[in-house]
Design a protein around this ligand. Sequence first.
Ligand SMILES: Nc1ncnc2c1ncn2[C@@H]1O[C@H](COP(=O)(O)OP(=O)(O)O)[C@@H](O)[C@H]1O
Ligand SMILES: [Mg+2]
Length: 318
Amino acid sequence: MRGGPNGSPGRRENLAGSALRVRGLTKRYGSLTAVDGLDLDIAPSAIFGLLGPNGAGKTTTLEMVEGLRRPDAGSILYGDVDLVRRPEVARHRFGIQLQSSSFFPLLTVEETIQLFADLYPRSLPVPDLIDRFGLGDKRAARVQGLSGGQRQRLAVASALVHDPEVVFLDEPTAGLDPQARRNLWDLVSDFRREGRTVILTTHYMDEAEYLCDTVAVVDHGRVLDVGSPQDLIRRHLPGAVIELAPDVALPDGLPLPGLNRIDRSEERIALETGSLEETLVGLVTWAREAGQHLTGLSTRGATLEDVFLKLTGRSLRD
Ligand SMILES: Nc1ncnc2c1ncn2[C@@H]1O[C@H](COP(=O)(O)OP(=O)(O)O)[C@@H](O)[C@H]1O
Ligand SMILES: [Mg+2]
């Protein structure tokens, strides 16, 4: 059904199942280059994640691909359609999750989704969307009374009204509790099952690891690396991580066998090692000689968060 001809200008070509190809994408704000020659290849019917610290250029990138912001340079192809020249194609086929703060607080859930549906020549049935996004109980409730999770589900439901081929989600679970996040993850996974392409940004590495087929780690408007979460972990951190409580007085230059680097945060000290046993033996020997306790000692395989910190050199703090 999607992509079928219906007389609207953006729907003439059959583009469902097309890849997005971004080359040399650039956006400057005065002297600041927010997006700096970015390349992306986004496969259809998969979930693509843009990961990066605050200010990395994720939202600006999304807005250009969505057709909402004009690039200063670069190309964006959807299939063989040039979206920089024809942003109306993006408007018809792409669904964009708006910040929930931009809803009218006095409208009901049903009125809000209907308002978006009325913008398009063709839309999915509003009652089905309300049920699908778990808002049945809130159909007649005003937007101002919704919980954070309900607002986010409303925002994503509103992005889906015109049955888009590509869905953009900019930090869809920011500020939600764990249950509400899980709930949204299920809904987003369903989009992929339906053959939609999903492009999301997130601050949560567990979210990216769980949801994304491919992630691009970006900083300063450039792609630092791209691949599946497992590829990135294997490529950058094939070894293991030893964690200690942050108050262990571990000297920075301590020569531990196998140790690659030490990452310190408020929560923990993480020692990244290519040889878990050797580093552990060295660590225990040091602790005994120095009269230190290895408080909070634990070991684990590397995660996407470790890769992120290694690549960007910063933590995910706002
Ligand atoms: N409209 C704007 N005018 C000026 N600077 C902007 C504007 N939007 C974003 N920026 C700047 O561009 C950089 C990238 O911002 P953004 O794309 O929002 O990053 P992210 O979404 O990764 O946090 C930041 O330094 C931000 O302050
Ligand atoms: Mg942003």
